[in-house]
Design a protein around this ligand. Sequence first.
Ligand code: NAD
Ligand code: DAU
Length: 351
Amino acid sequence: MSYKNILITGGAGFIGSHLVQLMVARYPESRIVNLDKLTYAGNLENLREVESAPNYTFVKGDINDPDTLDQLFEAYRFDGIIHLAAESHVDRSIENPMSFIETNIVGTVQLLNAARRHWKDFTGKRFYQVSTDEVYGSLGDTGYFTETTAYDPRSPYSASKAAADHLVRAYFHTYGLPVVLSNCSNNYGPFQFPEKLIPLMINNIRIEKPLPVYGDGLYTRDWLWVGDHAGAIDTIFHKGKIGETYNIGGNNEWKNIDLVHALCDIMDELMDRKPGTSRGLITFVKDRPGHDRRYAIDASKIKNELGWTPSMDALQGLRATAAWYLDNDAWLESVTSGAYRHYYEQQYANL
Ligand code: NAD
Ligand code: DAU
């Protein structure tokens, strides 16, 4: 399938900005419209490379505003929608669940309804819901999430994404809306807001602040290079079967403490610090409430049916990420000024 007018929501965020760059470059005959509210997590600096591309349009707006959606559908006659806009950070969802309900659940329904209003004929149309492996809950030491694992979300963030996924599937079964979904593991790479584990640790090592490891540090995540996720989304958008779900993962499990050790060693080397210096900043702190012990993805469906596999080597990816943040300290400084700095300074004062 090819699509002429593609709406990407949340395209100024971390994963969205990588996807927008990929789609604008790979599909010069298609118009890519990026609708983003520019919350604290959205940043047009992430999109400098494409901002003047002839097939790219940015619109500042909220997926919760049906008038904005109607105007955009009228103006651009979308045939494809890739929906990433979300509140995405688990710790924020624990502090303030309401914005997660509003954007992740209600906002997704506003978008589904707009597609139904404007798509008189579903032929050649596609609504793609970008979701997370966190909807599946928590694994023990063994086993993997597959596409048939029952949903068991345990944080307000994952519960809001699970609700949205159920609604997307409900619109497929009830109204025949042509949908496809993916559930992906933890992403890392350039342009990730430094509240998530990897960029938070890199930034704190850089400015010699404590490295807060939650609980015993033995929680496990499966890390995927963000460029690989963008490639998987493109593959599923164009080749995935309507009504289907695809799991995406990096086959790259790390216990948090091992990952933080690796980042410390890479940063010592890149910053010419004595080996072992950064490990001295590690501080074990109170655990995250409801902390999921382990996530691990079985990505054999997308590999066998669509031919996608991750390409980035784990240590090479971590090194490239650390180097990117060091080379882009102005970006880091700008996103960590103001409310961010105030919040974390209070946290570190208590360590
Ligand atoms: P992010 O927080 O970096 O970016 C989210 C973007 O959505 C921001 O640009 C923000 O301004 C925008 N946004 C928020 N509310 C909006 C609204 N109401 N209307 C319009 N735009 C709005 O998130 P991310 O890490 O890039 O994640 C993108 C998507 O991928 C999310 O749906 C997330 O659940 C999913 N996902 C993320 C990961 C991960 O590891 N980061 C893994 C799997 C799935
Ligand atoms: O699995 C996919 C999900 O990955 C995405 O859907 C989410 O949007 C994304 O935020 C991410 O969620 P996590 O909660 O797994 O990511 P986070 O980077 O917040 O935390 C990763 C692990 O590191 C987790 O076990 C908690 C731990 N952690 C995190 C932070 C921020 C720490 O030990 N210390 C920290 O300071």
